[in-house]
Design a protein around this ligand. Sequence first.
Ligand SMILES: [Zn+2]
Ligand SMILES: [Zn+2]
Length: 153
Amino acid sequence: MRTPEELTELFRSTGRKVTAQRLCIFRVLQGDVTHPSAESVHALASREMETISLKTVYQTLYDLAELGEIVPLDVGTGMTRFDPNVDDPHHHLVCRQCGRVRDLAASFPELRVPEGADLGYQVGSAEIVFRGLCPECQPEVRGRRASVTQVQT
Ligand SMILES: [Zn+2]
Ligand SMILES: [Zn+2]
């Protein structure tokens, strides 16, 4: 995703409005590695600007996706997530408990459709979703945190 300044230019050059609310949404998305949902973007942006509506967030995300600046992602967490990392091809790590989504930079040169199994499809790309438990959701980590809290209290 481009910088808020570059996005402003891009939006204007494609006949889209750039408002203070939209700028705030650009800033929130910039460098966000959590693959936020529209609701999370709204929550974050609302901290900066109380007047931002969920509708504005949706419209801005839709425009950004149309311009190829973010990618809507369905990784089975129950809601569409948005990925501002469109420059580096990557896969995803998904926590099956809390729904955290992180980028996984890895290449799998062996990953391809077996000979004769393509059913006539012209395959262009493949993404892999690795599901498991994020550090926060692993019982050992939680246990350690809990004991630390006990010591403190
Ligand atoms: Zn988790
Ligand atoms: Zn990603």
